[in-house]
Design a binder for this molecule. Structure first.
Ligand code: CUA
Length: 186
């Protein structure tokens, strides 16, 4: 069956060539997406190079336990400070206002962790020795799950926190005390 063999070979070559063009097209599209998002949205890795000493992070400075949670500065800016460790976030429940810019500042103490807040764009890696920071605005009130999304060990899938997004007035009324806020039951 030599003639049949030749016909199927021609079909196979044509199909392979077609798929080679499709794959090259996909690669070209992905490279184009990288260029467009990089230039147009100035996308960049969320962690600027801001370091913190992992050996003293619990003992002094910005990430001591009493300073973790949500703070409202004298200028009205809202900052959430948090720590990730195997296998939990501190605080385990985070309070933020809706419709106001919220700056997250976080780090990890043992392994690489990360988090994403529900379906929002609040999403970062947390790397020991580095401070990850980003600013976002939540436009919907309610509770969101905040899972760890970097594999960090055997307890990874059980590592998550909650984020409560409150109406701005309710949030500001709670924040008036000047303490660090969280929704962890005491
Ligand atoms: Cu922490 Cu996965």
């Amino acid at each position: 069956m030599p003639s049949g063999g030749h016909a199927s070979e021609a079909i196979a070559v044509a199909a392979e060539r077609r798929w080679a063009f499709i794959v090259m097209g996909i690669i070209g599209l992905l490279v184009l997406m990288m260029i467009v998002t990089g230039l147009h949205w100035a996308s960049m890795p969320p962690s600027r190079v801001e370091t913190v000493d992992v050996k003293t992070v619990h003992l002094k400075g910005e990430f001591v336990e009493s300073n973790l949670g949500t703070a409202v500065g004298s200028d009205g800016k809202v900052t959430v400070r948090l720590i990730a460790q195997q296998y939990s976030f501190v605080p385990q429940c985070i309070v933020v206002p809706a419709d106001m810019p919220v700056t997250f500042r976080g780090t990890a103490t043992d392994a690489i962790h990360g988090f994403i807040v529900g379906r929002t764009n609040a999403n970062t890696m947390l790397i020991p020795g580095f401070v990850a920071t980003f600013t976002t605005t939540f436009n919907r009130t309610g509770e969101q799950l905040m899972p760890c999304h970097e594999y960090c060990g055997t307890g990874h899938e059980a590592m998550w926190a909650r984020v409560q997004v409150l109406p701005p007035q309710e949030f500001l009324a709670k924040a008036r005390s000047g303490e660090r806020l969280s929704c962890v039951p005491r």
